[in-house]
Write a protein that binds this ligand. Sequence first.
Ligand SMILES: Cc1ncc(COP(=O)(O)O)c(C=O)c1O
Length: 411
Amino acid sequence: MSALPAERLQPRFWWSRDDLDYVDGRLHFAGGDVAALADAVEGPLFLYGQARVAANLARLQGALAGVGRPTRVYYAMKSNRHVPLLEAMARWGRSGIDACSPDEVDRALAAGFAAANISFTGTAVSNRDLSRLLAHPELTINCDSVGQIRRIGERAPGRAIGIRVNPERGTGYGGSERLTYAGSAATKFGIYRAQWGEALATARAYGLKVTSLHFHVGCGYLTTELDAWDAAVGAARGFLDDAPDVTAVNVGGGLGLPHREGDRPLDLARWAAILARHFRGRDVTVAVEPGDYLVKDAGVLVLGVVDVETKRDTTFVSVDGGFNLAPEPVYYDLPCEPAACTPRSFDAASWRPVTIAGNINEALDTWAQDKPMPPLAEGDRIAFLNAGGYGAAMSSNHCMRGAFTEMLLSG
Ligand SMILES: Cc1ncc(COP(=O)(O)O)c(C=O)c1O
């Protein structure tokens, strides 16, 4: 085996990878020169790397082989619903879709996914929503409340349904409470153990067959959170004993990825071993519906530097896009690491701590604080990493600064 070049053995940055690194001093992502691609469009640019999504999916499916049960992946399109990406995933035919609104279902169908490969799990699902969903008999619908079960029963007696349960255990990135969907505090998600009997009785009353059990207990969990996740899976498994018709258990999404230097990637083998232990001997398919794990590190948001100015003791680097384009750093403290696209220097001694601020009139609109960056000037570009999930999809038009371009790269 030939030796790797020295710079490959010692990547310059914690986030460097084969498809995301500097080439001749310029940041390249998914085979494209990031600054050059941004120069070709007006304003903020989201770049997505198709090959990275495929690699993330392949890695996850490789790990699922260790579960020892039949498995399925439903991509949570709420994380990124860019049509060319959905079409590519439909063509690959290796995953289904997790949808959470009738419009998402329609977009998935239009992109080429069959209704039988779409799993719907929504919250506050209205009767108007239900009439659109029930038009697709093969769609899996995971009910989030007893009322939703009753209203499906009234409209489609005898149908197969799923039920989302709340195991009262959960976890999220760094144990974050805001990213935990099931725990000691009551959340709006799923049916609690206390209502489980009523939920099953309601289903029975309308001849509904409960074929799927669903839970999703938090977002962004990494290896350090796996013990808590293990406990959540164990608590959710308890619901199975009363539901003999269940043929599929959907363990939700929430698989995390590194956001900060020092974060270790999720230990997928250990994650799969937890599932293997809990579902050994159970005649069920194990489904998983990740969003972030597949797309988040497969996207960057490229913004242009508008001003560099020191105010009191802080150097502000102002960019032409704000937190409204990728709200997770501000909402959930899940940072998008900034990387200068064409650094003037890689010599750490020349880097200075700066605050990178967006163009929204809100005090919280900063991308990074005290972040060592190379010397930057008006017209430079910064790529914000991990912007492939819940960026464009969660963006708003706050201050009427919501415009952006999206581009899917094949590399
Ligand atoms: C029910 C459900 N499934 C899947 C997901 C996807 O989560 P993630 O992108 O963290 O994998 C979410 C996200 O909120 C969710 O609510």
